[in-house]
Design a protein around this ligand. Structure first.
Ligand code: DX5
Ligand code: ZN
Length: 215
């Protein structure tokens, strides 16, 4: 599977509606929505009202990435605001199982993710219950950072672990991916590539998405 999930953290917020309509016309199947609370990461982005506005404009899969502490408190509101997939950080909660169960009870897909410095073993107990594993290939918090090459070893490790437990969970990667490295990223076993600056800083974002899918 090869899916591009443009991260609207890098969109022009003064014309967010136009940006979403552009994505609707593009070959991107998902839209990535980064939520930051200023506590789990050193940045604050956007939340429920913006997600609702985006939901009203698109039928694409809304791929919500929570970079917030105690995600269990807010999962229901993200589900009700239009998320299709809710991904949370293993480091952000003591109640990982509860988060997964809660997301599933709201009929949404559950993703788990980990910081670049967090070892794969921390997510192994959950591989059979999640629908997706997100590998962070930059430190969460900001768009436009440099890709950490070791992330691909992590992807391969996770793929092996998923196979061991016969899990069909998808693998997504987030951070520092663009036309120069997307081929290698997909070939390592990634199903979904998140890309923010690579798409929104392009003069031809729709074509950039196509190029990234066709490398
Ligand atoms: C970083 C976010 C990413 C970010 C990626 O914390 O999770 O989704 O938007 O941006 P690029 O593609 O510019 O690295
Ligand atoms: Zn993200």
């Amino acid at each position: 599977m090869r899916i591009i999930s443009p991260s609207i953290l890098s969109a022009n917020f003064s014309k967010l509606g136009q940006e979403i309509r552009m994505l609707n016309e593009s070959r991107a199947e998902w839209i990535h929505f980064d939520v930051m609370d200023g506590v789990f990461v050193n940045n604050i982005s956007f939340g429920f009202p913006i997600l609702k506005s985006v939901r009203a404009l698109t039928e694409k899969v809304l791929d919500v990435h929570l970079m917030i502490t105690e995600p269990e408190k807010y999962i229901e509101r993200f589900a009700n605001s239009g998320a299709d997939i809710i991904t949370f950080h293993v480091e952000s909660t003591k109640n990982v199982e509860e988060c997964i169960t809660k997301i599933h009870s709201l009929s949404k897909k559950a993703g788990i993710t980990l910081r670049p410095s967090t070892p794969v073993k921390s997510i192994i107990p959950y591989l059979n219950s999640v629908d997706m594993v997100l590998v962070m290939s930059v430190e969460p918090g900001f768009g436009g950072q440099k890709f950490i090459p070791e992330s691909l070893d992590k992807v391969r490790r996770i793929k092996e672990e998923l196979e061991k437990v016969s899990s069909r969970a998808l693998i997504e990667i987030d951070g520092g991916v663009g036309i120069e490295n997307v081929k290698e990223v997909f070939e390592s076993g990634v199903d979904i590539v998140v890309a923010g600056s690579a798409i929104f800083s392009s003069n031809e974002p729709e074509k950039e998405i196509e190029r990234m899918l066709e490398v």
